[in-house]
Design a protein around this ligand. Structure first.
Ligand SMILES: [Zn+2]
Length: 211
């Protein structure tokens, strides 16, 4: 049996309809003709790291894919239901976005679960989903050891973003869009505690964006 909408959602919807929507009514109406977002953001499902908030975006600005640990998995042509690949294809091929941003974040539960060890994770779906983080885990532990979980997580958050950006190059339509129309790939990390946004430079180093 279905239930009515939860009170918190209804209250939020009423605020939206009384404040934000009237202010952006014309924008919504023009967007009903079609969308032309400039950027695809691949971010974590974590409730604290909403790209629309962080980038001060308006409706129609960002095409957003969110999943646990902001992963771009390996390209897989097995005909399965690959949500990230489908969204990536749609954003790059149909919407012709100018930028693709993989945005990680501090205190990521998915990263921490892998850092602790996926063999210790009692889960039907999370374990296999987080498997692409294993090379980042191995590389970070080889570099800094495993004594400090906080250090391992911190370094994994950055390296996992770098690996996901690298995997974007496995998709032929991505490399074609880079070559033919100058689409750009980016990596970033948002710190929940400090509000600092770091951006990955050409050397794979994350540098704070001046607020
Ligand atoms: Zn996360």
């Amino acid at each position: 049996m279905t239930q009515g909408p939860p009170h918190k959602l209804v209250a939020g919807y009423r605020r939206f309809r009384s404040k934000s929507y009237p202010a952006e009514r014309a924008l919504y109406q023009s967007l009903s003709e079609g969308q032309k977002p400039h950027t695809l953001v691949i971010a974590c499902s974590d409730s604290r790291v909403d790209p629309v908030h962080i980038f001060g975006a308006h409706p129609g600005d960002l095409f957003v894919v969110r999943n646990v640990a902001n992963l771009v998995p390996q390209i897989d042509l097995d005909g399965g239901r690959h949500g990230v690949s489908a969204a990536l294809e749609f954003a790059v091929e149909r919407l012709a976005v100018e930028h693709v941003v993989v945005m990680g974040h501090g205190q990521c539960g998915g990263i921490e679960a892998c850092a602790i060890g996926l063999d210790k994770l009692e889960s039907q779906f999370l374990g296999p989903w987080l498997e692409p983080l294993q090379p980042a885990r191995a590389e970070v532990i080889a570099r800094v050891g495993e004594e400090s979980l906080a250090t391992v997580c911190d370094q994994m958050e950055l390296l996992a973003v770098e690996h996901s950006v690298r995997r974007l190059h496995q998709f032929p339509f991505v490399t074609e869009a880079i070559r033919n129309r100058g689409m750009q790939l980016h990596g970033a990390r948002f710190s929940i505690a400090s509000g600092i946004l770091e951006w990955m430079n050409a050397d794979g180093v994350f540098v704070p964006v001046v607020p």
